[in-house]
Design a protein around this ligand. Sequence first.
Ligand code: C2E
Ligand code: CA
Ligand code: CA
Length: 785
Amino acid sequence: MPNFQFTDWLISCWCDPAASAEQAAILRGRQFHAVVRQLPLSSIGNTISALVLASVFWGQLDSWVLAGWTLLVSAIALGNAGLWWARRAVLPSSPVSVRAVRLLVAGIAASALAFASMSGYLYSAADGDGRLLLTAVLAAFIGMGSWMYSCLPLASILWSCILCAGLAVLFSSRPEAVYTYLMGLLAFYALVVWSTTLLTSRMFLNGLKFEAEIERQNQLVGLLLHDFEEHASDWLWETDRQGCLRHVSQRLAQAMGVSPAGLQGQHLVQRMAALSPHMVPAHAAMFRALEKCLAQQQPFRGMVVPARVAGQLQWWSLTAKPLRDSAGLWQGWRGVGSDVTAARQRELEMARLAHIDTLTGLANRYQFGKRLADYFAPAQPAGPCTLLLLDLDNFKTVNDSLGHAVGDQLLQTVALRLQSVVDPLALLARLGGDEFAVLVPGVLERPEAERLGTQLQAALAQPWLADGHRIAVQASIGVGFAPADADTAEQLLKVCDMALYAAKAAGRYRLRFFEPALALRAQQHLALLSDLGLALQRGEFVLHYQPQVDLASGALLGFEALVRWQHPLRGLVSPLDFIAVAEESGLIVPLGAWVLRQACVDAAGWPAHLRVAVNVSALQLGHADVLAVVDSALQHSGLPSPRLELEITESTLMHDSQAVLEVLHALRDKGVRVALDDFGTGYSSLAYLRSFPLDKLKIDRSFVSILDRADGDTSAAAIVQTIVQLAQALHLDTTAEGVETAAQFTLLRRMGCAQAQGYWIAQPMDAAQTRRFMTGWSAKLLLSL
Ligand code: C2E
Ligand code: CA
Ligand code: CA
């Protein structure tokens, strides 16, 4: 139990000890006002009582005294009433000084004294009835006054003390026993009256303190709300149970672009929905969600709805609590609204960015994956679809030789051109790098799919100018159908990948449909990868040699070494089937080292004027100990370095130009020759040809093979002629690759090309056949053909 201090309690009936001087003055003002309010009534009561008593005792006592006393009581009453009159317009909460309270108490005490003393005077002359009357009047005065002045305990207690004391004096002047009892009762009543006064006063004070606190809070909330309405972008709203707006704030009206009066009583949701007359279903669903929240009478937050104000689409977020009355009954809603347009736009933009490829603006891999997955979702199968996977055949060359900026431009152009062909209902996506996908919904027959593929290829085939280069983009395409080829999204992607791989393997600019045989081939590809490592250890690789001859004299100049894999089950495997895989896996480095060593050993046994050409991959040339490998091969075989020629491709030059340049110079210093293979298929610039130490250009087979075509395409001839002249200007040798006919041979000779290599001269042969070929070689026979 808390430590109860009577004095503390007593003081708390009087005033608030914790209050500041200012608050105390206000509390005093309230007490003062509560008493002053009663003064007219008590004054009238006092005056009437005085008149009644004077008239009852008129004639029995000195009339002057009676009249004077009555006048005195009336004067005091008039004074008190005057005080009330003076204070009537003053606010109850106005502060009051201690002095004013003392004056009021003095006035009340004076009335009590006047009555008490007059009663004593009347009592002396009163008979039994008169005494009863006086006792009753005084008792009533004690009760009424104490009650009336109870808000100001000093006044109330002084009033009752004086009257009780007066009564006690009267009772004590009577000898009858009944007055002794009355004295006892009086003392008891007095105690009860004082206690009640104190309790009432304390309750009144507590009530005042509570009111003051509420008032303070109201002021604070009012200030905060005012500040909120003034400065925040948010607005307050309040509705009744029907959802109709009440107390429309200026800011809400501003947000909606109308006057507050125009909104008063309007249905909030309907009014907001009316701002966007032609709503898309997703927006309508947001309003339905909001209405559902409102119907549930539960607090909600962050309900976002669209609003079109002055033609601009905005997004508003609503948060609200149900309004309840003191009985807990639901009365409506009160909440805050805020403009979240900027945040919403950021959100939408992020979502959009997550779904698009920023370079081309097409759908990205993520969006593509989601759409593709939708087709196979068990809940809502989207029916059949066709997938075309596109891969640009020469993108890597463009990127390596002309730089990433041109590469990016190329991809953007490709995206635009593909878009011009693809149906709006189909999804065109860039899956990454130079890989694109077209997902066509619905059934697409093979001929239609083929037509679409051809259109896509044709759109890309138009040459394109970048940085002064004419770039022809070609695409290989793999096609798969669902559900015919696949019943999951992953499977469809996989079969299209296989078809694409097959299209690329079959040469550039192809379109392939998936077929089960491809799956088998893909499996073989995987098996190949694991077999390849073992093959080198088991010594399963062999070298074949293809002769290179002088076009003018027909003399045999040397051989190109071409590797093959003698597979225990598959037989002789072409390098086209495993070089790319060896490059991917890095196995090309040890494999290339073996080829170099073996070719040098073989060549060392040939007549001394014959050279050997060895193909070297970019990865090998970039490898740290490429020079050591060449040295070791030459030393091991005893082959003089001028008899070794290394064939590199144009993309090798672009790889890490500075490092490659250093390696090539070092090779040149050793006396090793360098040939540029497949010349004409890349984008090497003249500057490159000048800056790299080269000995030979090998004109790519693709130009040679169309030289003698019947359709009279003269551009190939023009290109070959240009390459030959270019080579001559740069003092480079030229070897035409893939010479298959006598016509090609003759044409090349006429053009001034130095050397030739091809099936028409000889197919690549194993080491033993090569030796026989050398001995049987007759230049004259070749030229006479
Ligand atoms: P490449 O360096 O352009 O070699 C020439 C390819 O053309 C050889 O194919 C050859 O058999 C073929 N060929 C020669 N004359 C004719 C012709 O008249 N008509 C036709 N259609 N083709 C002809 P192969 O041996 O299959 O080699 C393919 C490619 O594999 C080579 O192309 C080369 O890039 C790569 N390769 C071969 N051996 C090696 C090697 O030891 N190391 C590296 N890194 N690559 C190699
Ligand atoms: Ca070659
Ligand atoms: Ca070649």
